[in-house]
Structures are given as C-alpha cells and as structure tokens.
Design a protein around this ligand. Structure first.
Ligand code: SAH
Ligand code: SF4
Ligand code: F3S
Length: 445
C-alpha cells in the first residue's frame, strides 16, 4: 500500500488507559512518516477502534460502531480497520466472525506484537521506541506507569483482559514526562489500573542515573517527578487508586507539594461489608472510612471521588441502604454509579444475577440523585473563593473551560472588551461567582 499521507481516525471507548493506548498506536504509524490524524471518519484510510469490555453496554457501543463501518469498507477497499482494546482481547474470534472486514484485531496482551503487525500490514518501518507525540496538542496528558491488575475483584473483567500488573521503568517514565513538559504540557496524569500499587521493576545494569534505583514505590516516584521537574510550571495527578494501596506516604507527598492535584479517586463500590466481601475488595466499610478520615485530616481541601456499583448479585434493600448511608456520611465530591453487569469468566458471573433490572434501575437512579445533590452542595462552597485555573479548551469566542487543583471544572466567560490575557494552556487566577450543574462559573472583565 502506498502510505503517502494516509489518514488515521481514532475512536476510543473505555478508560484513560485506552485513550493513551490509541494515541500510542497512532504514534507508531505517524512516526513512520506517512500518516496523519483526521477527525473525519469518511476521509479515513485507517480507522482504529479501541474497545472496552468493563460492562455489556461498553461492548454494545463498540459493536454498533464497528458494524457501521461495513459500508465504508465496501466503498473503499483499501480502508484498513484496526480493532484494539479489552473487548478485542476478550472476544477476538467472536468479533472476527461477526465483522469479517476487520483487518487487524489485537487486545492489550498482544500489543507487544503490534509494531510488527503494523509493519507487515502497511509495509513500513516502525520504530518501537517512538516518543509520545501528544497528537492532539493536549494541555493535560496521560502517562501510563503501570498496566494490569492483581486484585481480581469478583465482578471485574480487567485482570483477564489486561493481565497481571506490569510496571514501566522509571527512566522511561521520566523521559516521557520531560518530552511532554518541553512541549508545553501543563498537566501530567499518571495512569494505571492500580496506579498506587506502582513499584519500579528490577532494572537492567545500563541504567545509571540516581533516579533509577530499584524498587521505588508510588509515593517516591511522585516525589521524584515533582523534584526533578521543579523548574517547570505544571500540575500532576494520578488515577485510579485501590483503597488497599493508599498509604500515609502518598498523602504526605501530596500535602508537601502544592502542584500535586488535591483530588483522589478512590472507588468504594459498595457500603455493605457483606457485598464488599463477595466483591473480593479486601477492605471493610470501616477501613475505607478510616482512610478517608486520614486523607481529610492531612489535606482538608482535597476532593474525593468514587465509583459505586448497584445491583451486585444478592444485594438486598438493606445492603443498598448501607451504601446510601455511607455516601451521605462521606460526602464525595462526585461519584460514578454503575449498574452491575455480569462479565463472563469472572467469579461473580457464577452467582445468579438476581437483582431484577427494574430494581437496579431504581437503585441507580436514587444513588445517582443523592450523589448529585452532594456534589452540588460541595460545589456551592467554592462560590466567592479565588481559584488558580488551568485553561484546557475554548468553547466559543468568550468562553473557556479549565480546571482547578481539586479537579473541578470551571467555566470562565470574558466580555468582549476584556483585557485579560487568557489562553489555552495558561494558569490564571479567578474568582468563582456561581455554579451551574457540575460547573463552577467565573466571569472576567
Ligand atoms: N481499576 C480501577 C477501575 C476499574 S473499572 C479500580 O479498581 O478502581 C472502573 C469501574 O467500573 C470500577 O471501579 C467499577 O465501579 C466499575 N465496574 C467494573 N466492573 C463492573 C461490572 N462488571 N459491572 C458494573 N460496574 C463495573
Ligand atoms: Fe477491576 Fe478490581 Fe482491578 Fe479495579 S482493582 S481493575 S475493579 S479487578
Ligand atoms: Fe474498559 Fe479495559 Fe479500561 S475493560 S475500563 S478499557 S482497562
């Protein structure tokens, strides 16, 4: 295939890890010199669909997207369709059979072979060590530091499709961050399925810098990044945490450095100890509360967000009531609330999915409403405060969107003859005057 100026369209479902993976794969092609990104599906020569398997709904969305590509493939025989991600890992043959027009299909456990596969498909030379290209010129960029999961929560497909935990070496992480900061990136988001279980892998002898000692833990890595790059103005954040791996050391590092985001996402999943045990979460509600208390005691201004699942097998009204109770007590800044979705191959899928659909819906609605009320109340407290805001995008001529250090989204409007020097990628200080839905509102004159 003649690869001159071939256009890649990316469609990513799922989590931050998939966003990073999609960009990595596109970067492999682009570094070879003949590809560029397009945001027009109809003009694409290569379509990369990165899929998620975490709930049935995620798989259904990916299937329906892939299904619609058939007519594009009929129109353009040279179009290459690449399906990646966790759904591809879980159901490769099923997908191939259903969509025979897919050219390449590979899940996360096969990504190490991708450079070679792409090389053969496109007859190009691919460099495996391509740098992070920040393809979309984002202000805020995901940097994967680990992948996989050893926890095997009973409902979750992730350990099966991502494998067990693998950690990136420190030298690679640090150099990627440096490249991004040099390009003007203003927020680094360290990502991993269990980011705070990070420990540096045993490194080979060629690594010489001080920064590459063995067995560095997450708190040390965080501190190292902040110190090493203290001459840059940037913020750093990390996702996602398992309660069992949150240590005092991590909280202490956040407290000590003002450019580490005052935001922690700490999935609770359920407020019932019986359900938590069935979920194999390895903590109790009491333990979780203790962690939250410790965090808030050290960093009172921190925002804490969570994930919750309703309708797990055998969840009774009293279990659900316990979830409502703890949510009221802990006052999360925001929460993702999911309806339990059985995943084939997981432990929980062996249990009867016995909470009726209508009951799941009702609990989902009730819990979501409660979480939104709490979010709203928490956001109200920001009115009248002055916040440093990182501007991430421009919505229209007079409206910008950004975030503050507690990861709240802030909408800033400027009037037509404003003298304020506001631009994407800038940090500005501004007063919050109102809130609207999930947004903090600010006006600059
Ligand atoms: N590694 C992360 C997130 C994994 S998936 C963590 O443990 O925090 C993100 C969220 O999806 C989970 O926190 C959980 O709330 C939800 N989830 C995972 N599997 C699910 C399932 N089978 N049904 C419903 N929600 C699920
Ligand atoms: Fe899934 Fe649990 Fe691992 Fe998170 S910690 S990815 S919910 S198995
Ligand atoms: Fe989905 Fe895989 Fe992420 S299952 S949530 S894309 S790790």
């Amino acid at each position: 295939m003649n690869t001159q100026h071939y256009k890649i369209y990316l469609q990513t479902f799922g989590c931050q890890m998939n966003v990073a993976d999609s960009e990595y794969v596109a970067s492999l092609l682009i570094t070879s010199g003949n590809f560029q990104i397009t945001n027009q599906l109809n003009k694409a020569d290569v379509i990369i669909i990165n899929t998620c398997s975490v709930r049935q709904h995620a798989e259904d969305r990916a299937s329906s997207f892939i299904g619609r590509l058939k007519k594009l493939k009929i129109k353009n025989k040279d179009l290459k369709i690449i399906v990646l991600g966790c759904f591809a890992q879980r159901a490769k043959f099923e997908l191939q059979k259903k969509f025979p027009f897919i050219d390449i299909i590979a899940g996360p456990l096969e990504y190490e072979y991708l450079p070679e596969i792409l090389q053969n498909t496109f007859s190009i030379n691919i460099s495996k060590n391509s740098q992070h290209l920040n393809l979309f010129n984002k202000v805020s960029v995901f940097v994967p530091i680990m992948t996989g999961c050893n926890n095997f929560c009973s409902y979750c497909i992730v350990p099966y499709v991502r494998g067990t935990e693998k950690y990136r070496n420190i030298k690679e992480i640090l150099s990627e961050i440096k490249v991004l900061l040099d390009k003007g990136v203003k927020e680094i988001i360290l990502i991993g399925q269990n980011v705070n279980s990070y420990k540096s892998p045993n490194l080979d002898h060629e690594l010489t810098t001080e920064a590459t000692n063995q067995n560095i833990n997450f708190a040390q890595l965080l501190e190292m990044i902040v110190n090493l790059y203290s001459s840059y103005k940037f913020w750093i954040r990390f996702l996602t945490n398992h309660p069992k791996d949150i240590s005092y050391d991590i909280i202490k590092v956040i407290k000590d450095y003002s450019n580490i985001s005052r935001h922690i996402h700490l999935p609770l999943q359920s407020g019932s100890n019986r359900i938590l045990q069935l979920m194999n979460r390895n903590y109790t509600v009491e333990k979780y509360k203790e962690i939250i208390q410790m965090i808030r005691q050290e960093i009172p201004e921190i925002s804490i967000t969570t994930d919750l699942i309703v309708g797990f097998p055998t969840e009774k009204e009293e279990d659900f009531e316990s979830t409502l109770q703890i949510v009221k007590e802990l006052q999360f800044d925001s929460a993702f609330v999911f309806k339990y979705s059985p995943r084939k191959g997981t432990k929980a899928a062996e249990l009867l999915d016995n909470v009726p659909k209508e009951v799941k819906e009702k609990r989902h609605f009730k819990l979501l409403k409660l979480c939104e009320e709490i979010s709203y109340k928490k956001n109200l407290k920001y009115i009248g405060t002055t916040q440093e805001v990182l501007i991430e995008l421009q919505k229209d001529k007079n409206t910008f969107i950004g975030k503050n250090i507690t990861n709240k989204t802030i909408q800033i409007t400027i009037n037509d003859n404003s003298k304020s020097n506001i631009n994407i990628g800038k940090f500005i200080t501004t007063k919050i005057c109102d809130i609207k839905n999930h947004l903090l509102i600010s006006k600059l004159s």
